[in-house]
Design a protein around this ligand. Structure first.
Ligand code: ZN
Length: 255
């Protein structure tokens, strides 16, 4: 599929010039595309150009070494497109381990916040995309990859938080920073698909070969906040489900 074909698909899905677009991608689901990951990135930027801003996760999976935005790679689970994006000319990347990368007029504003722990708070890239009334694009991935739901959890004040750490430079010295994060297996983030589709709040279509979904960050957060108000543990598997991550999150509530 040519880059122009993909631009046309993205426009059919509803992407417009000026969009702030937070994108989560499985390239395996999207391909084949002319010029591979570079071609897909070009299509995303062209669909939102010239006034739009494209944003992608760009964090490290590394807990024990300080982050260098010019060198530290993204982990394999973020995929080849995220790995390609931050290394391209004109793309900015946050200066801390929960980095995002962005290209476009709003890039600096979206990436300006310092390290916050736990990550994905209002003063973080996902929070800035929400502030800017940006949209979330899931390309060949489901809502279990939708990081903005972690923001909704923090805004809702969910009671769980599992121990994590990261290593950051403090006065030039690598320093271990311990924190609690609202983390779990994230499988049940998929519930958001029914909420959003049921209320007509996401558009769906193909990008390349991948079933894809587009939604406003505000609609997603609003919907998740309403559900979390009803049941603060809605994203955790039940205690007897055999999910170790969710069991840890449940145990953390008493701690
Ligand atoms: Zn689970």
């Amino acid at each position: 599929m040519s880059v122009s074909d993909v631009v046309a698909q993205l426009r059919t899905l509803g992407i417009r010039d000026g969009d702030v677009l937070l994108v989560h991608i499985s390239f395996r689901a999207v391909r084949p595309i002319e010029r591979g990951p570079d071609g897909l990135i070009e299509a995303l930027c062209r669909a939102a150009a010239p006034l739009g801003t494209v944003v992608m996760p760009s964090w490290t999976g590394e807990d024990d070494r300080p982050f260098d935005p010019r060198r530290t790679p993204t982990p394999p689970d973020l995929g080849i497109v995220a790995s390609t994006f931050w290394q391209m000319p004109g793309v900015l990347r946050s200066g801390h381990p929960f980095a995002f990368a962005a290209r476009g007029p709003k890039a600096e504003e979206i990436l300006a916040d310092d390290l916050v722990l736990p990550p994905h708070q209002p003063a973080s890239p996902v929070g800035r995309v929400l502030d800017l009334d940006g949209r979330i694009l899931l390309l060949g991935v489901d809502h279990d990859a939708n990081t903005t739901l972690h923001l909704a959890e923090l805004m809702a004040g969910v009671p769980y938080g599992v121990p994590k750490h990261i290593t950051a430079l403090r006065d030039g010295m690598p320093t271990r920073l311990d924190y609690r994060e609202n983390d779990h297996c994230c499988d049940l983030f998929r519930l958001a698909d029914g909420w959003m589709a049921g209320r007509g709040l996401q558009t769906e279509g193909l990008v390349g070969r991948a079933p894809s979904k587009l939604m406003r960050s505000r609609d997603l957060v609003e919907e998740a906040l309403a559900q979390l108000k009803r049941d603060p543990l809605i994203f955790l598997h039940s205690s007897d489900a055999g999910c170790e991550d969710c069991a840890m999150a449940r145990t953390s509530i008493a701690a």
